[in-house]
Design a protein around this ligand. Structure first.
Ligand code: SF4
Length: 222
């Protein structure tokens, strides 16, 4: 049982949404699985350079030191429509309370364009698909909307959107936000937190995707 000072991160809520048993293995049993780091390293290097650049710093020498494949990703970022947007925040950490629950997270960047706000999330992996990050999409839109509304910067969900920049494919996917989606995402999130708090039986969502689950070898249901 969690208490109302528990903080819920995107990773925790997303893990429970994928499979309650996975949540148990990760956050209750604390089974530690070591993952390969090569893809992570590419993403981190670029994230650091883009963040540094968006904060107004000179990055020419850092870009020169990148491997050829990463340089291409960098130029795809630099030449994207983002150059027309006004930077509000880069690597923006947030904390907010919805109902009695604390949520915490970090977005890649927040921009303003044409009197609306845009959450930007850039992806470096070639296999990125927006349907695989639906929970992340709802979490970011819901949280940033609540924050911008509290700051009196926006009034309606329609004034906010999320864009995924797929640097490997040099493409951009825009996800609009609406009042209807706001209600749906809020309910989804609060339902998951309620389930985490009440669930003593972390059932499994055994699916064909289990073979890609990092807890596959530790899972008692397999
Ligand atoms: S292997 Fe499947 S059932 Fe087991 S924790 Fe992973 S997703 Fe859940």
């Amino acid at each position: 049982m969690q208490n109302n000072t528990t903080t819920y991160t995107l990773a925790k809520l997303q893990t429970y949404d994928e499979c309650p048993q996975k949540y148990k293995l990760c956050y209750i049993d604390r089974v530690h699985i070591v993952e390969p780091i090569s893809q992570t390293k590419t993403g981190n290097n670029l994230h650091n350079i883009i963040n540094y650049y968006l904060k107004g710093n000179e990055v020419t020498k850092l870009v020169e030191a990148l491997p050829k494949a990463d340089k291409l990703l960098w130029y795809n970022f630099k030449n994207s429509d983002v150059k027309n947007y006004k930077v509000i925040e880069s690597e923006y950490p947030f904390n907010l309370k919805i109902d009695n629950y604390w949520l915490t997270g970090r977005i890649d960047a927040l921009f303003e364009f044409d009197e609306n706000y845009i959450i930007l999330d850039w992806k470096t992996g070639s296999s990125f698909k927006p349907e695989n990050v639906k929970f992340q999409t709802s979490f970011y839109l819901l949280c940033m909307y609540e924050i911008l509304r509290l700051k009196k910067l926006i009034k309606m969900p329609e004034e906010l959107s999320l864009q995924y920049l797929n640097l490997a494919a040099n493409s951009r996917i825009n996800i609009p936000f609406t009042q209807e989606l706001y209600m749906q995402y809020r309910k989804q999130l609060l339902d998951i937190i309620t389930n985490i708090n009440e669930n003593t039986n972390f059932y499994c969502n055994k699916t064909p995707a289990c073979k890609q689950c990092k807890y596959y070898r530790a899972c008692p249901y397999i």
